[in-house]
Write a protein that binds this ligand. Sequence first.
Ligand code: NDP
Length: 512
Amino acid sequence: MAIVTPIETPPGARRRLSLANPATLEPIGEIEVQTEDDAKAAVEVARKAQREWGTLSFADRARVMQRALRILLDRQDDFIDVVLRETGKTRSEALMMEIFATCDSLNFYSKNAAKILKTQKLKLHGLMRLMKQARITYRPLGVVGVISPWNGPLILSMNPSVQALMAGNAVVLKPSEVTPFSGKMVAELFEQAGLPDGLFRVLTGDGETGAALTRAGVDKISFTGSVATGRKVAVACAEQLIPCTLELGGKDAMIVCADSDLDNAAGGAVAGSFMNTGHYCCGTERVYVVDDIASEFTDKVVERVSKLRQGAEGEFDVGAIFWPNQLDVIEDHMSDAIAKGAKVACGGRRNPDLVGLFYEPTVITDVTHDMKIMTEETFGPILAIMRVRDEEHAIEMANDSPYGLGGNVWTRDKQRGIEIAERIESGSVCVNDMTMTYGIQEAPFGGRKNSGVGQVNGETGLRGYCHAEPIIVDRMGGKQAAKMYPASRKQDDGMQKFMRMLWGTSLGRRLG
Ligand code: NDP
């Protein structure tokens, strides 16, 4: 059952797609696939609107974001309904991962952008400070293209947009073809909040529309999605010499140390792995547990996972697979692992009792690094557990991956946990918690290795939507530059003498 189906359209007309709810398979609407011309027109309109927006004070911009926050709080059930219809996730996940996180983003950046982006006076070093003054001004880039995936359709569209807008840019958003209605809700929210006309535009469509946006004249692309598409976006940006951030896939490892609290670790493994049906970029996909405690830990995990309720209505713990392509990946990884000797401890099949796209919460053991389930992103409700000799072996296995997005370590010894975290080759690591760095607004978030380029969020992320422009002022009104010519040997000799005095003596080096 396709969740996104092309609709037949007359020759020359725009392509259209019809969408269905993955949990119930009921139709939920249609979208138009917007073209290259649409993308260019959206960027042009956005650029015009940005000129004035870019001159407003942070307080003026923050007022719009604060209004959006109040509207979102009032209308949260409408937003949740839209997210649930197009993803089939649980209500609690929509509430926490989408609404709560979006409210936090709106409030954080509207409160902190002025502080993070205020003009900075630079304290220059040595004698330079006697001659020059310097300041850094954070200037908006212009129009930012935001391209978002289907697993967090509201937060992953809103969070980059809020940051780009607070920094003074316009935004053109291209949400996933699987979740376009959440993207449209973002536009509706900003419109109700009073964002100037044209400043925020949404393009609906599929990959072709995304590709068109990357070439429509934007000044930066903020991309969240798969490694394969990220590479295409990187090429498009490189060809135009525009910056991009690429927040890509992951294969997060969890390390369970011999001294960890096994109940907490088992609970953390289940939360990290099954949240959002496992469609979580920082989801726990690989668990490395020290041999001595592996049986007890695995029993505790299996006991918890066997009790997870799956469904489409009412109260349940694990929702649908958001679209059939991911179900194919999950089934491929599972059959590859089983064929190579892995054992299914629970789950391991589509849920036969539900009509939609459901895969049972699954625990799989006896896995090795010859299996796709341990090396490629599965992005589903699957928890793979591997026994390791000791913590050193766990670190080695955790680092044996082309990905490096998140990860987590469980131990009663906090300091040891931090030391292990520092040795994991990953964008971020949590100690005694599922990976939730994206939810900590102050923390820069981004992957290493194939998991991405650049960082979003916090000071680093917000400044990434600006050009940091140094402005240098000569303290002597330009006398020094004016004396540059004619060049003379005498002047060079003087300079060499000065350099020997400056860096050739310990006092000079201290002052220099
Ligand atoms: P995709 O890479 O398939 O799609 C991401 C977005 O890019 C979609 O809007 C898609 O449109 C669009 N797109 C497709 N082709 C192109 C193109 N040639 N040029 C520009 N844009 C294009 O990812 P998914 O939507 O499948 O999302 C899941 C992936 O996202 C997982 O790998 C997950 O780990 C990762 N992710 C990473 C996060 C992070 O912060 N590091 C956070 C969340 C998810 P359309 O869908 O319409 O084809």
